[in-house]
Design a protein around this ligand. Sequence first.
Ligand SMILES: [Zn+2]
Length: 191
Amino acid sequence: MGGPSHPEGDAPPRFGDDVHCPYCRHTDSRVVDSRTSDDGASIRRRRLCPACGRRFSTVETTSLSVVKRSGVVEPFSRDKVVSGVRKACQGRPVTDDSLALLAQAVEEAVRASGAAEIEAHDVGLAILGPLRELDEVAYLRFASVYQDFASLVDFEDAIAALRIDHADRPERASDARAGEAADTATDQPRD
Ligand SMILES: [Zn+2]
């Protein structure tokens, strides 16, 4: 719901902070329009400088912190997502570009919760889905570490879940199912 602009009138004073006019360095400005980005992560404001009359834009990004298991809080970092996933992708046909896209998807997913703080565990959870789309072997590696797979049964369960997923999406079934069970996929198993 990007509301309509406030024409000239009373802009909310709460963001008057220290946004200098980039033209004349005047220390005050009036917000004439605000829009939230589609992913909700940033707000773009159109501002008017009362001193020189020029307009400029600012983008405010909401901060997102990650709380680690140790209790340490650090800013969310796409680079950390990438480096965490990259290990699981060793030897796999995964490009840097696709890792960057994955990190972006993860950021959008965790920001969609609207929370300013998220637990590191939940970042890991948000990685699993996009990584599974990207490369299933890397996904299994990552999940085995992240979810503490203790035995072959855990791997079997994860692989079984992937197979069920393949059955739901026959267009991708060819790389996992060799031969048999071609048409049994129609009544989708669920649990
Ligand atoms: Zn100015």
